[in-house]
Design a protein around this ligand. Structure first.
Ligand code: PRT
Ligand code: ZN
Length: 285
């Protein structure tokens, strides 16, 4: 049987989350993780451990059929690959930063300046869109020290917490790209490989929707059931089961993370008691 070849970062910021996602999808690749590649024991998948920068090229060339890689890398490498979906980890932004104290009203400040970055393609596109001419200095690491040593007036670099910029006397002034890890695929997958990918995507979707939702159980006096049921969104409608105690019911439903606290407050106000909230492991909608 054909196997789908997946390229993931071999070490670095995306490695742990990539492995965790596969595990949550029920895919076991515990064999031979230290090697260049590993076979899943219970899914038609072969995992290749690669430098993140190489993943788009490998996917274009079908050395790997699919890859987990930062959208920032996909944008910079500009290879012929298809981005299928975001994976919800590796979140960061590519931002312009200038020395603290500099007044930066908008991107026109960059006109005629020197910008250090590891993302020359994305930065050149941004400058072109904005109609700005500036000099791009490509450097591969420690971009944040460039202004301090007089190499550049500004930098464009990835930011997550912002502490690297802060410690180097820089301020983030404009975000030009927001990024997360994404699943990319080769543009000519065989139907058989496409079918394996669909299976994998189905599992990823189940894992991701489970993360955003909680299972909720509560007790309610029967006279407030109508109100409580109307507050709960649920998949279809909540499950209502009578309690041993006369006049009371147990209500089971599902809540989205984003509206969670809001709804809990409304439920309490409507007379719900003994509210229990549980994580959901997988959710198939
Ligand atoms: O060896 P390999 O080439 O595979 O790895 P790498 O060193 O090129 O990449 P790695 O592991 O650093 O990052 C992999 C991916 O993680 C990136 O391509 C992004 O998609 C994503 N990511 C998420 C980040 C960050 N957050 C991040 N904060 N990548 C890099 N950073 C760096 C940033 O460049 C800066 O130096 O962290 C510093 C800023 O962090 P804060 O928290 O101080 O703002
Ligand atoms: Zn890299």
């Amino acid at each position: 049987m054909e196997k789908l070849k997946l390229g993931i970062q071999k070490s670095g910021r995306l490695f742990d989350d990539s492995m965790k996602l596969l595990k949550e999808c029920g895919i076991d690749i515990s064999n031979g993780i230290n090697k260049l590649k590993a076979d899943a024991s219970n899914f038609p998948l072969e995992v290749y451990f690669l430098r993140d920068d190489d993943i788009p090229q490998y996917v274009e060339d079908a050395v790997a059929d699919i890859g987990f890689v930062g959208e920032n890398v996909v944008a910079e490498k500009n290879k012929k690959v298809t981005a299928v979906r975001g994976l919800g980890f590796g979140k960061c932004r590519l931002s312009v930063a200038v020395p603290k104290g500099v007044q930066y009203p908008n991107s026109s400040w960059l006109q005629g300046k020197k910008i250090a970055t590891s993302y020359p393609v994305v930065v050149a596109n941004f400058l072109q869109q904005q109609g700005i001419q500036a000099e791009i200095h490509e450097i591969s690491g420690s971009v944040e020290i460039a202004p301090g040593i007089g190499l550049a007036d500004a930098i464009v670099d990835l930011v997550s917490s912002g502490s690297t910029l802060f410690m180097n006397g820089l301020q983030e002034v404009e975000t030009i790209f927001t990024s997360e890890a994404a699943l990319i695929k080769n543009q000519q997958l065989t139907p058989e490989k496409e079918a394996i990918l669909q299976k994998l995507l189905f599992r990823i979707q189940a894992v991701k929707s489970a993360k955003n939702n909680k299972y909720i159980l509560l007790n309610a006096p029967n006279h407030s059931l109508d109100t409580i049921v109307s507050i709960l969104p649920g998949l279809k409608s909540p499950t209502v089961v009578p309690l041993a105690q006369e006049g009371w019911s147990s209500v089971h439903s599902m809540l989205n993370e984003n509206e969670f606290w809001d709804i809990i407050e409304q439920l309490k106000a409507a007379g719900a008691e003994g509210i229990l909230v549980l994580p959901i492991e997988k959710l198939i909608l």
